[in-house]
Design a protein around this ligand. Structure first.
Ligand code: ZN
Ligand code: ZN
Ligand code: ZN
Length: 182
């Protein structure tokens, strides 16, 4: 039985979805499990949408999930270049666009980089906590933020087409390490 990590509720004509905040991922954990889960989810989401996971798309997604930090396109190009000999930039950008279009990755505007989405089955706006020290990115969704943006946009007669919220700072692990004796 697939566990859906969200509740959806309705306010007026708009619907907001609350994703459970991504569990704090400890620096040391079974990351292979994160990768396996993400790839399984991706297969499931694509199958539901009648889309296909090709070799290159899987490799790109796998590389993006290599850890919990955002990945630049040129890092992916370097990785695929090493692996496949000749990964052309358009191939990588097409794969990234596909993964983005199907909600499997998000693009972080402030870093010009990509992060895997832990909730690919759910249509949502990305909200992210980005650590300036270690680069870890955590996704969350707080409906109150979306409501506040809606109110502000309505007041201005502005139609929102897309929004991501990127919050920069220092993660718990880095803060705790910073409080150590060294
Ligand atoms: Zn992990
Ligand atoms: Zn997401
Ligand atoms: Zn950190």
């Amino acid at each position: 039985m697939y566990y859906k990590p969200f509740v959806q509720f309705f306010i007026g004509k708009r619907s907001y979805m609350e994703l459970k905040p991504e569990k704090s991922v400890p620096a040391r954990h079974d990351h292979q499990n994160c990768i396996d889960t993400a790839l399984q989810e991706a297969e499931r989401v694509l199958e539901d949408k009648g889309a296909r996971m090709t070799g290159i798309r899987r490799l790109v997604l796998q590389y993006i999930w290599r850890n919990h930090c955002a990945v630049k396109a040129y890092d992916i190009l370097g990785f695929l270049g090493d692996r496949k000999g000749s990964a052309k930039p358009p191939t990588v950008y097409r794969a990234l666009q596909f993964l983005q279009d199907h909600g499997l990755v998000h693009r972080l505007e402030s870093l010009n980089a990509y992060i895997g989405c832990p909730y690919p089955a759910e249509n949502h706006n990305g909200q992210f906590l980005i650590c300036n020290d270690c680069g870890t990115v955590k996704e969350f969704t707080t409906p109150e933020i979306l409501r506040a943006v809606d109110i502000a946009a309505d007041t201005q007669g502005f139609e929102v087409s897309h929004q991501t919220h990127e919050v920069l700072g220092r993660c718990q692990d880095c803060r705790e390490q910073g409080n150590g004796l060294d």
